[in-house]
Ligand binder design. Structure first.
Ligand code: SF4
Length: 168
């Protein structure tokens, strides 16, 4: 398929969604607790990470290894035209919701794209392609993303993947 989105994070094009939307617990991967929906105290005024160059040394290996698979910049740019929740706090909740749904979309695309390299029988390959198409509409909106998250596609994907075990 030619219309695949970028499946790697581009933090420069993102409004630091993972640093605000996600929760983390103090431990080996994070230096302190942070609830979902609140900005990390290490975020600087430009929505950059003030300890970016020393995340592991500061106890934030989880941040260094986190990969949103392109969901963050896609939500920021495609759905919110580069706006951000800090300048416009009313955007925080819709951006959190869109980011959660887009992560689901990009996780699914990555799994289905990985499966293309398996030597699947035609019927399963056709199913893979049909399922992938449901993850690749011409464009996403806040409403269509919200609907997708509760649609049958994620459920169908979850049922589809174990059926590939004989070709892995
Ligand atoms: S430590 Fe840095 S990368 Fe990790 S959540 Fe905070 S601002 Fe983001």
């Amino acid at each position: 398929m030619s219309d695949l989105p970028e499946l790697a994070s581009d933090c420069a094009a993102c409004a630091a969604l993972c640093c605000m939307a996600l929760a983390f617990d103090a431990g080996d991967s994070f230096g302190f607790d942070k609830p979902a929906g609140l900005p990390c105290p290490n975020l600087d005024a430009e929505l950059g990470c003030s300890i970016y160059g020393r995340l592991e040394a500061e106890g934030f290996a989880g941040c260094a290894s986190y990969e949103c698979k392109g969901a963050g910049q896609r939500v920021t740019q495609d759905l919110f035209a580069g706006r951000d929740w800090r300048s416009e706090p009313d955007l925080a909740q819709p951006m959190i919701a869109a980011f959660a749904a887009m992560r689901l979309v990009h996780d699914g695309i990555e799994l289905l794209e990985t499966a293309r390299w398996l030597d699947l029988p035609p019927a399963l390959e056709a199913e893979r392609q049909a399922l992938l198409r449901s993850y690749l509409p011409p464009a996403w909106t806040e409403d269509s993303l919200a609907a997708f998250a509760t649609s049958g596609a994620p459920v169908r994907l979850k049922a589809f993947l174990p059926r590939l075990r004989d070709w892995v």
